[in-house]
Write a protein that binds this ligand. Structure first.
Ligand code: BTN
Length: 255
C-alpha cells in the first residue's frame, strides 16, 4: 500500500476496491463531504470522498484543513435503526474499527476518546458525526501524505510516521470498509464487540485528564470507557463520573 502515490485523478478507481455494499462517489472538491452525505438524495452505502474540501470542519466548531492531493476526507451516510440515545456510540465504533484497520500499518496507532486517531502523541485523524433527521453522516479525515503541519495543530500523518508515501486509493477502500463495519456493528447493538476493540487502543487510560463539558472543566484520572462508550474519570476524591460527550485532554496537552 505504500511507496506509490495515487494522483487525485486515479482516486475514482478506489471504488473497484470497495466491498459490494459500498459505492464510491469521488469528487475533486466539495464544501464538506458531510454536507453531501447528509443530503436526502445520498443513499446509505455511498462513500462520499473528495480530494479537497473548501469548508472542512472538525468537532466543536473547529476547521479541518483539507488541502488537495495529500489526505483522505470522506463521509458515510447511515440510517440507524438504533434509538437516538445510542447514536453517540457510532463515532466510537468508527474509531475502533479504523484503529483496528490502521494497526496493521501503524503499530503505534492509538485512540483518544471520543474519536481521535493518534500516533506518538500527535493527531493523524478524526471523526465528525453529524445528524439530520433520521440520518447520520460519519465524516472521517486522515492525514496521509501531508508532510508539514502548523505546529499549533499538534498533527502528524502516515507519511511522517512511516517515512514513506501511501496510496490513498487503497487506503480509502480499506478505511471506508472498516468504518462502515463499525457503523453496522454498533447499529446491531453489539456494543461489547465495539468496546472490546476500542479498549486496547485507549491512550487516555490511567492518565490525568481535563474534561470539558458544556463550558465547565473537571479533572481526574481516565479509567477507560464503560459498556456504552462513556469515558470514565476518577476525581481526586475517588468518585467516578462518566462523560457522554465533550472532550478530554491529557494534562500535558493544549486544548
Ligand atoms: C475532528 O477531529 O475534529 C473531526 C475531523 C473530521 C474531518 C472530516 S474530513 C471529512 C468530513 N468532512 C468534514 O467537513 N469533516 C469530516
Amino acid at each position: 500500500m505504500a511507496d506509490q502515490v495515487a494522483p487525485a485523478e486515479a482516486m475514482a478507481g478506489a471504488g473497484s476496491l470497495l466491498p459490494p455494499e459500498l459505492t464510491l462517489l469521488w469528487l475533486a472538491q466539495v464544501s464538506s463531504t458531510n454536507d453531501l452525505a447528509l443530503t436526502e438524495t445520498c443513499p446509505q452505502g455511498t462513500v462520499v470522498a473528495a480530494d479537497s474540501q473548501e469548508k472542512g470542519r472538525g468537532r466543536l466548531g473547529r476547521v479541518w484543513q483539507s488541502p488537495p492531493g495529500q489526505n483522505l476526507y470522506f463521509s458515510l451516510p447511515f440510517f440507524p435503526t438504533l434509538p437516538p440515545p445510542n447514536w453517540g456510540g457510532f463515532s466510537l465504533a468508527v474509531g475502533a474499527y479504523l484503529g483496528q484497520a490502521l494497526h496493521a500499518l501503524l503499530p503505534d496507532i492509538g485512540l483518544k476518546w471520543p474519536n481521535d486517531l493518534y500516533v506518538e502523541g500527535k493527531k493523524i485523524g478524526g471523526i465528525l458525526l453529524e445528524t439530520r433527521g433520521h440520518k447520520l453522516a460519519a465524516g472521517i479525515g486522515v492525514n496521509v501524505n501531508q508532510a508539514v503541519f502548523p505546529p499549533a495543530l499538534n498533527a502528524s500523518s502516515l507519511r511522517l510516521c512511516t517515512g514513506k508515501d501511501w496510496r490513498r486509493d487503497e487506503l480509502l477502500a480499506v478505511l471506508a470498509a472498516a468504518a462502515y463495519e463499525g457503523l453496522c456493528t454498533w447499529n446491531r447493538a453489539d456494543f461489547t464487540t465495539v468496546i472490546g476493540l476500542w479498549r486496547p487502543f485507549d491512550i487516555l487510560l490511567g492518565k490525568p485528564v481535563t474534561a470539558r463539558v458544556n463550558g465547565s472543566c473537571r479533572r481526574g484520572i481516565a479509567r477507560g470507557v464503560d459498556g456504552e462508550g462513556r469515558l470514565l474519570i476518577e476525581d481526586a476524591s475517588g468518585n467516578l463520573f462518566s462523560l457522554h460527550s465533550g472532550e478530554a485532554t491529557l494534562a500535558t496537552e493544549q486544548p
